[in-house]
Design a protein around this ligand. Structure first.
Ligand code: GA4
Length: 335
């Protein structure tokens, strides 16, 4: 880790923003899984086991809708800072800039974090409804509905392949009317010209390394580089941008449901500096009261659970007390 000196960054950065070494390589083989292939389920499971990560092309979420949402988000991020700040702080929902969570994490990023379940009135109220962004809200709701349908298909295909019965056992966790899913739009601004060289050389961290606590996350970004994942051997690789695909990430809760067979993926975003990056992520979380433990039908005879049972509420609460890079599942592993 390198820390940029305060005087160089004064006026541009909030105190100190950490930077890190560039990754060794770009991952070239990120095959897009076609959900209509007869062996789609097997390919999805293998990708989740090997990397906790895969992408889906021809997913059916309209490019026009995605472009409209992106444009509306950029319109918001282009507003004067004091207007954006009026939609914050993100606690957890709202507008946030440079700070991530409430335990000291920072990054070269501004964002909107919203509930993706507007059936929970208190969450809905704290999300977009109050902000007088009707065009953004309409596009976000339509987009989330489209992504959800792809998520259900993906989870059902994974279930088929793993032999989970009923096949909608996983997707029903996210279809639950009390599901605790959320939606985030991250904007990594281009940096002021004098700082660009510095950022390119040092790889300023946009969003630090972490795993997602939920079941599954779906990320779509514009055609900018910066998104990286950590492979099972611990090395970091850049993922080539692909604005037409949806990238899926296995979350911690999915790891527990499969007793470690599918593993959550550590990921991060390095700021490019020259071009602004915008990404939108749906996080599929179960209902707060949902008990999480390995699915019985996935356990072989005599196999023991690697984790203590918890409710999503309990895991989420503990996640929100942690730092971004913490290994959050550790506290729930059986000794
Ligand atoms: C990571 C995944 C989602 O973006 C998120 C993040 C949340 C936040 O930004 O408020 C957290 C982070 C995320 C995990 C640890 C805690 C909580 C920031 C942080 C330091 C919305 C989520 O659910 O967990």
């Amino acid at each position: 880790m390198v820390v940029l000196s305060r005087n160089v960054l004064d006026g541009h950065f909030p105190s100190l923003v950490r930077t890190c070494k560039p990754p060794a390589a770009e991952l070239e083989d990120v095959p897009a899984i076609d959900l209509l292939r007869p062996d789609a389920g097997a390919l999805l499971v293998r990708a989740c086991e090997d990397r906790g990560f895969f992408k889906v092309a021809n997913h059916g979420v309209s490019a026009e809708l995605t472009a409209r949402l992106e444009a509306e988000a950029l319109r918001f991020f282009g507003r004067p800072q004091h207007e954006k700040d009026a939609a914050g702080p993100a606690d957890p929902f709202g507008y946030g800039s440079k700070t991530i969570g409430s335990n000291g994490d920072v990054g070269w990023v501004e964002y909107l974090l919203l509930s993706a379940n507007l059936d929970v009135p208190s969450d809905a109220a704290r999300s977009a409804l109050l902000w007088n962004l009707p065009a953004f809200q309409a596009a976000a709701e339509e987009y989330v509905a489209g992504v959800r349908n792809v998520v259900y298909r993906v989870l059902d295909l994974i279930s088929d392949n793993l032999g989970i019965e009923p096949r909608d056992m996983l997707s029903s966790l996210l279809r639950d009317k009390n599901n605790d899913s959320c939606f985030r739009v991250n904007h990594y601004p281009a940096s002021p010209k004098p700082l660009q060289g510095l950022i390119e050389r040092r790889n300023l961290v946009g969003f630090g390394e972490h795993t997602d606590p939920q079941i599954i996350s779906v990320l779509r970004s514009n055609n900018t580089s910066g998104f990286q994942i950590s492979l099972r051997n611990g090395s970091w690789v850049s993922i080539p941008p692909d604005d037409a695909s949806l990238f899926f990430l296995v979350g911690d809760t999915f790891q527990v449901l499969t007793n470690g067979r599918l593993r959550s993926v550590k990921h991060r975003v390095l700021a490019d500096g020259r071009r602004s990056r915008i990404s939108m992520i749906y996080f599929g979380g179960p209902a707060m009261s949902q008990k999480i433990s390995p699915l019985r039908c996935l356990m072989s005879e005599g196999e023991e659970s690697l984790y203590e049972e918890f409710t999503w509420y309990k895991y989420k609460k503990s996640a929100y007390r942690s730092r971004l890079a913490d290994y959050r599942l550790g506290a729930f592993e059986k000794s």
